[in-house]
Design a protein around this ligand. Structure first.
Ligand SMILES: Cc1cc2nc3c(=O)[nH]c(=O)nc-3n(C[C@H](O)[C@H](O)[C@H](O)COP(=O)(O)OP(=O)(O)OC[C@H]3O[C@@H](n4cnc5c(N)ncnc54)[C@H](O)[C@@H]3O)c2cc1C
Length: 475
């Protein structure tokens, strides 16, 4: 009897526990399902498919080399699995756990129900440091360390060939997706991921902590692994293992500090994803429900469009937005600034803002994304309010205007800002503090801290911080 290995956001062979486990039980049918409901969703973009399909082509070849190429089917997951079950009568389904958006969450519930009703055993393995059915955040960091310290899972060397048509990998057009206009987007596949990791550890990342904040230097000095981690062409554990062996062997204190700062971010990745895993509703609802109604009725479509198209009159905001439209990537600080500007200066709700960015980010990872969008909009309640001043960000991180001129050649003759910074921030602060005084908000903040708060934060916050140290914090 065949074993179905369902590849989702884990498009790799190295450190793939479900694949190894399944291969030890019987012949493996490696499956990828292209789901029309996922591809047609509001958070999906043609660039996501460009990246995914490149990963699938590479994965298909790598699997073919060990005996059985990747099988690709287009259709809703439940129907595809039902069809395969009718043809092959499998008894076991193997996959990684997925912390995805509401659509894939509901789909997993439906698949689980169907599997149970049909006597199919669905074995799901964690894919990183996110813990399913977590009872408390206490001790989470230790559990994460234990996951990362586990050995990398071996890749099977041979898969017996199954009689099945692999099926074509659909094109953008076949999926009714528009053209992908990005010119500077990253290539997909595990090989590209490992090359990025090596170049980052060997030279690009040696001044990571100094150079991550400016969009000029971040492009090269950040790892650029986010899209690969999001689609799982490389596992977090593989990255952590290689990183820690570099940390152990380096004698240069600057380099060690840079690599430790990177190590912290890998931890944050799962820390943020854990929030969506524990509370899928945060994709659509405020962390603190007492904030409901704070921005919903003030939505201004003209302001939204100006922001979304990079026409706010603030050169740094507009340059970042235009860079995103073209390349699909921008560094953390500039992402935070874009959302903070939308949330405070323009008083826009994080949901449409987040959807627009989800489509622009090739590395869209729902768990990080929705937590961060809410954090930068002030609706988590537990994070320090950070309102970025776009003029100061330009002075600090692009003092000669190089980045701005690259994306806005017409900057010398630029229209006036659509809102005045000081006035907009004053108004936003006053609206927010009005809400924060309410009993249901204060109560809700306590609940959020208990459920989602980092247990490290209190200690870190009690010490005064320099601005350099602050840039190491995601809060
Ligand atoms: C509003 C907003 C939305 C974001 N949406 C996403 C998203 O959809 N997908 C995504 O991968 N990242 C997101 N981030 C986090 C961060 O900006 C990106 O992970 C990072 O810029 C990607 O570049 P890199 O791989 O070179 O990162 P590096 O700086 O090299 O970091 C290495 C990895 O650590 C993780 N990481 C880094 N910073 C953070 C952080 N602050 N929080 C959580 N994990 C982090 C990522 O997996 C990243 O690939 C968002 C940040 C903000 C402010």
């Amino acid at each position: 009897m065949i074993e179905i290995v369902w590849f989702k956001r884990d498009l790799r062979l190295i450190d793939h526990a479900p694949l190894l486990a399944a291969s030890q039980r019987g012949p493996v049918l490696p499956l990828y399902i292209v789901e029309p409901s996922v591809v047609a969703a509001q958070d999906y973009d043609p660039s996501h498919w460009t990246f995914t399909s490149a990963c699938l082509r590479e994965l298909r070849e790598a699997l073919a080399r060990i005996g059985q190429p990747l099988v690709v089917r287009v259709g809703e997951a439940l129907q595809v699995l039902q069809q395969l079950h009718a043809e092959h009568r499998f008894a076991r389904l193997w996959s990684h756990e997925e912390t995805g958006n509401a659509i894939t969450y509901q789909r997993d519930i439906a698949v689980g129900r169907w599997a149970r009703a049909n006597g199919i055993e669905w074995n799901e393995t964690p894919n990183g440091g996110v813990i399913r059915r977590l009872k408390t955040r206490n001790g989470w960091a230790q559990k994460w360390e234990a996951r990362m310290a586990a050995p990398v899972v071996e890749t099977p060397t041979h898969l017996p060939k199954i009689l099945i048509e692999p099926g074509p990998i659909p094109t953008l057009r076949e999926l009714n997706l528009g053209p992908d206009h990005r010119t500077g987007a990253q290539p997909g596949g595990s090989k590209a991921a490992h090359n990025l990791l090596d170049s980052f550890l060997e030279h690009r990342g040696h001044r990571y902590h100094y150079e991550m904040s400016s969009p000029l230097t971040a492009e090269d000095s950040c790892s650029r692994l986010s899209t690969h981690l999001a689609y799982g062409t490389i596992s977090t554990r593989v990255v952590v293992h290689k990183l820690r062996s570099h940390i152990a062997s380096t004698t240069d204190p600057t380099q060690r500090r840079a690599l430790r700062a990177f190590d912290a971010r890998l931890h944050w990745r799962d820390h943020f994803m854990q929030k969506l895993e524990d509370e899928p509703a945060i994709e659509h609802h405020n962390f603190v429900r007492g904030f409901d109604g704070m921005r919903e009725n003030d939505y201004n479509p003209e302001r939204f469009v100006a922001w979304a198209e990079g026409r706010t009159g603030y050169p740094m905001i507009d340059a970042c937005m235009r860079c995103l439209h073209e390349t699909g990537w921008i560094n953390f600080r500039m992402r935070a600034m874009l959302v903070s500007f939308a949330a405070y200066h323009l008083w826009l709700h994080w949901r449409p803002v987040g959807l627009h960015l989800a489509k622009l980010f090739v590395d869209y990872e729902p768990g990080i994304h929705w937590s961060q969008c809410q954090m930068q909009s002030g609706t988590t309640g537990i994070n320090t309010l950070r309102i970025y001043n776009p003029i100061k960000q330009a002075e600090d991180h692009d003092p000669q205007g190089i980045f701005i001129r690259r994306w806005i050649p017409e900057v010398e003759d630029y229209p006036s800002p659509i809102v005045e910074h000081k006035e907009a921030v004053r108004e936003a602060r006053s609206k927010l503090s009005e809400f924060r005084r309410r009993f249901d908000v204060r109560n809700g903040i306590g609940e959020v801290a208990k459920k989602h708060g980092s247990r490290k934060k209190t200690a870190a916050r009690s010490k005064p911080k320099t601005s350099k140290q602050q840039s190491l914090l995601p809060f």
